[in-house]
Ligand binder design. Structure first.
Ligand SMILES: [Zn+2]
Length: 172
């Protein structure tokens, strides 16, 4: 069942009743890049047992090419917890994690990815995405990570629409 974490995980909801709230936190964080752009319109947050551990946005333009929202969120949580091992965590990302971020999520042992818009959507806006889906990476890499796609997709897609309307946006 699309758009339902409970349905996707066969009755076990990892973030009971709060999934929309967490995704909207990520969307709100991404929206900051529409007002004071430090990077593209991408946000992410990491949650464990229903508790928010970090929210971050893309800061590629202020930092470097690896400063995607997901990597920034992982770094924040690892600094906070003092470990690379984020087992039991869920990552909410406004857009499907790119292959770099999928790799980082794998290395951090995050168990579930919930995303809104797809890599293909980001590519259509003009971002220089490697067009390899998380579903394909999961199969190629023999990963056991769970993936929920298209979650609050319209709200995440609205970020791209606002981004496209910016007169002085930087695409990378
Ligand atoms: Zn990425």
């Amino acid at each position: 069942m699309r758009n339902s974490i409970a349905g996707h995980a066969a009755g076990t909801d990892p973030v009971p009743g709060s999934a929309s709230r967490f995704m909207r936190l990520a969307v709100r964080e991404a929206r900051k890049n529409l007002k004071s752009p430090k990077g593209g319109p991408f946000g992410a947050c990491i949650v464990r047992e229903g508790r928010l551990l970090a929210v971050a946005r893309n800061t590629v333009l202020a930092c470097d090419a690896t400063c995607h929202a997901e990597v920034n969120a992982i770094r924040k949580v690892s600094r906070r917890l003092g470990t690379y091992d984020l087992s039991g965590c869920v990552i909410f990302s406004t857009t499907e994690p790119c292959p770099m971020c999928f790799g980082a999520i794998h290395w951090a042992r995050i168990g579930l990815i919930v995303y809104g818009t797809s890599i293909a959507d980001a590519g259509r806006v003009g971002f220089n995405e490697l067009r390899i889906s998380n579903a394909a990476l999961k199969i190629l890499g023999k990963s056991r990570i769970r993936i929920v796609d298209g979650f609050l997709r319209d709200e995440c897609l609205a970020l791209f629409k606002s981004w496209k309307a910016l007169p002085d946006r930087t695409i990378y």
